[in-house]
Design a protein around this ligand. Structure first.
Ligand code: NOJ
Ligand code: NOJ
Length: 416
């Protein structure tokens, strides 16, 4: 009896491990594209001609010129690097960022982009963009927590968060800026509209909350209390973005400058906000978020000819009224929908979005910024660093979604 029992047990285990191991063609592609994304992402960190710590948005130097360090793009990219545990790269980024903060910039810490020698870009631009310091604070606060867990308190106190005013460390300076400027309008993440934005506000809210926790850990109790009170006050403002008559989350309120033709107020920025802030304030299964995602899917399906060719899922843009390069789908917004579905445990829908990305990629796996809305060919800035980061975070979300499933379910993934 005993032998027979274990025979069945082993057959059972063999069956499930074989089905889990035998990766289908789609999963092999995911693995390969993930490796390519890491390589190409890293190639955009401190490339030749830049100072250490620089993350260029793209190697493209004209049409468009993206050979700059954007605070937002860099924060999102370095969050991926932090996840990979590269201490040396993080250290250079931390020192470079502190240099950015100290450089005399037109709008102080709200300055959106820097030259690759670390000096602020002071040509005409949509400024300030106050999501930058919030995103950088989030990335570095989370990294600081990792360092504290591995006993590196000295490094944290010296370079990341030291309780003193005026601030001499990068996180502390960012948090002070966020805590004192969140009431002001600023340009959005797309650098086009000045107002109060859900994306910016959710990043600020979460930066203040997690910053408050870090402050407490480092015995900066007064600051911890102050940051938390600011976060609660900001929460009241965030609630105003939930439009109960339409059941949607609206990205911009109180527009006071910039583009005036974004009539739908539908923006993938809302989804990016949830992915980047990872805040309990808006759980991934929030019904308003779901409605917003579905409205974006419908709208982008309707307006892009490339979505009428029978490809899987929907190529997703920034917002329907977009005119930048004619207004097109972007990789990072399409990957965002994949990640959104993975986070909700909807593997097949997430996979459909990843399969969609695959269709628009060249053989070598290079990812530009956009996808032509008619032809489906890539467009605008080549090798956009943020495109790679968005692919990697989507794949990571997929791994977690697969890992938390019953093995039989995991092997039932739809194949494209
Ligand atoms: C450059 C910005 O980065 C982009 O988001 C914007 O659409 C164009 N300028 C047009 O304003
Ligand atoms: C234009 C995008 O709209 C903006 O979000 C980004 O920061 C810059 N390009 C650089 O990638």
């Amino acid at each position: 009896m005993k032998t027979r029992g274990s025979f069945f047990l082993y057959t059972f285990l063999l069956f499930f491990s074989a089905s889990a191991w035998a990766k289908n063609e789609f999963e092999q592609w995911l693995d390969r594209q993930e490796r390519i994304s890491w390589d190409r992402l890293k190639a955009n960190i401190h490339p030749e001609g830049t100072v250490p710590g620089v993350v260029i948005a793209s190697p493209s130097r004209q049409d468009p010129d993206y050979f700059f360090h954007w605070v937002r793009d860099a924060a999102l990219v370095m969050d991926v690097i932090a996840g990979g545990g590269d201490f040396a790269l993080m250290d250079r980024f931390i020192r470079f960022s502190r240099g950015n903060q100290l450089a005399p910039a037109l709008t102080g810490l709200g300055e959106p982009k820097f030259h690759v020698d670390g000096s602020p870009f002071d040509g005409p631009w949509g400024r300030p963009q106050n999501d930058g310091p919030a995103l950088r604070a989030l990335t570095l606060t989370r990294y600081a927590r990792t360092l504290l867990r591995s006993g590196q308190k000295e490094y944290v106190l010296q370079h990341l968060y030291r309780p003193e005013i005026p601030a001499h460390t990068v996180i502390k300076a960012d948090l002070e800026f966020v805590a004192h400027h969140w009431r002001a309008t600023c340009f959005d993440l797309w650098e086009e509209v000045k107002g109060h934005h859900f994306y910016t506000r959710l990043a600020q809210y979460q930066a203040l909350l997690e910053g408050s926790d870090l402050a407490l850990l480092l015995n900066d109790t007064g600051a911890a209390d102050f940051y938390r009170r600011q976060a609660f006050a900001l929460a009241t403002e965030l609630r105003k973005h939930f439009d109960s008559s339409r059941g949607l989350i609206l990205n911009t309120l109180n527009r006071d400058e910039g583009l005036h033709y974004k009539d739908s107020n539908l923006d993938t920025a809302v989804v990016l906000a949830v992915l980047h802030a990872r805040s309990q304030f808006v759980p991934v299964d929030d019904p308003f978020l779901k409605n917003t995602v579905e409205a974006l899917e419908r709208e982008f399906h309707r307006i892009y000819a490339v979505n009428h060719k029978g490809f899987p899922a929907t190529a997703i843009g920034r917002y329907p009224e977009d005119r930048y390069y004619g207004g097109n789908p972007w990789f990072l917004t399409t990957a965002a929908l994949a990640e959104y579905y993975y986070l909700r445990g909807h593997l097949a829908q997430g996979d459909a979005y990843m399969a969609r990305i695959k269709i628009h990629l060249p053989e070598n796996g290079a990812m530009d910024e956009q996808i032509d809305r008619d032809s489906g060919y890539m467009l605008s800035a080549r090798d956009l660093t943020w495109s790679y980061a968005s692919f990697i975070t989507a794949v990571e979300a997929r791994k977690r979604a697969v890992g938390s499933r019953h093995p039989a379910e995991a092997s039932a993934v739809e194949i494209f």
